[in-house]
Design a protein around this ligand. Structure first.
Ligand code: NAP
Length: 292
């Protein structure tokens, strides 16, 4: 058996068209959705990723403002910039890129991204709202996984899903989104022991650990749908996921490729979220102020 490859590219294009359509409606009001990307690193893969967001923004009719603070920016400078962008009416969405300078605490920074502009669900308030099923932007990568399953008509309700990874940006919010869709979700992490114990019987396995070759063909079954979130840059510069593609493809029913899977959908969702945030902010600005 050879797993079908679930390419993210056609879906990424559809989502980009949705963002374009939102941007077009806003353009009629004289508005252009604007995404601010805050960067404080010289890491080349981060800069490569930021350039890819910039390129995709142009196609979607979204302005992308790169705020590069350099690799030695302090926590206080980053907080001030995030507060200023949160208060700036022409900015609709904000993302903070990692890695951050040594000693700078991400969790101290993301609290200063206004929830209505938190289009990558980084502020703990967004995660809290997701946890109780209220409206908030989910981290784009977590939503990308759900959108891929939906796009390929892979049901999740009543099915067993294993998520490998419990970070606040991928594993945890994804487990909440899947739970909302009535999946029975198990979250594995570095202390779970043998992953195969969980992954072999799961209908869907999502791997988001940042470990090359973490999941192999012996960890999955012939009915498994495998979603590979991992992005690992090898010494030769090539990009691979967390899944050993050849052995998993030989056993599983379906697999997302890396590159060309979750990542491409994630970028499009960042732009859609920015356009949606711009629309919501424009509506809120037009609401008459409530008087006591
Ligand atoms: P992270 O914060 O480093 O979290 C990694 C998670 O994986 C942790 O929960 C960790 O467990 C778990 N883990 C590590 N080694 C493991 C092992 N041997 N067995 C089981 N679990 C293990 O990383 P992240 O930010 O969530 O990102 C995860 C991966 O997704 C990375 O490759 C990242 O580049 C990629 N990513 C891709 C996109 C995209 O758009 N495609 C977006 C974001 C991230 P503990 O909690 O126990 O340490």
């Amino acid at each position: 058996m050879t797993a079908s490859l679930l390419s993210g590219k056609p879906l990424a294009k559809l989502i980009q068209q949705q963002a374009q359509a939102e941007a077009k409606v806003l353009a009629e009001e004289g508005l252009r959705p604007t995404l601010a990307v805050v960067v404080a690193t010289e890491d080349s893969s981060t800069h490569w990723y930021v350039r890819s967001i910039e390129r995709a923004s142009e196609n979607a009719g979204v302005d992308c403002r790169i705020v590069d603070l350099g690799h030695d920016a302090t926590e206080q400078v980053l907080i001030t910039v995030l507060k200023d962008l949160s208060a700036e009416p022409t900015v609709n969405g904000i993302i903070l890129q990692t890695p951050l300078p040594p000693g700078v605490r991400s969790q101290e920074l993301v609290r200063h991204i206004a929830p209505e502009k938190d289009i990558d669900g980084a502020n703990p308030l967004s995660l809290g709202l997701l946890a109780v099923g209220q409206r908030a932007f989910a981290p784009a990568t977590a939503r990308a996984v759900v959108e891929i399953l939906d796009h390929f008509d892979i049901p999740v309700a009543g099915r067993s899903v294993v998520v490998v990874g419990r970070s606040a940006v991928v594993g945890k919010p994804l487990s909440l989104l899947l739970l909302q869709k009535d999946a029975t979700t198990t979250v594995c992490h570095s202390r779970s022991g043998s992953l195969a114990k969980y992954t072999k019987t799961a209908d869907i396995v999502v791997v988001a650990a940042g470990r090359t070759g973490l999941l192999t063909g012996t960890d999955v079954s012939d009915h498994s749908v495998v979603i590979d979130v991992g992005t690992n840059v090898l010494s030769d510069g090539s990009l691979v996921g967390d899944v050993d593609e050849a052995s998993v493809q030989a056993v599983a029913a379906a697999l997302t490729p890396v590159p060309g899977g979750v990542g491409s959908v994630t970028t499009s969702l960042l732009l859609l979220h920015t356009a949606e945030a711009a629309r919501d902010q424009s509506r809120a600005a037009r609401m008459p102020a409530l008087t006591p």
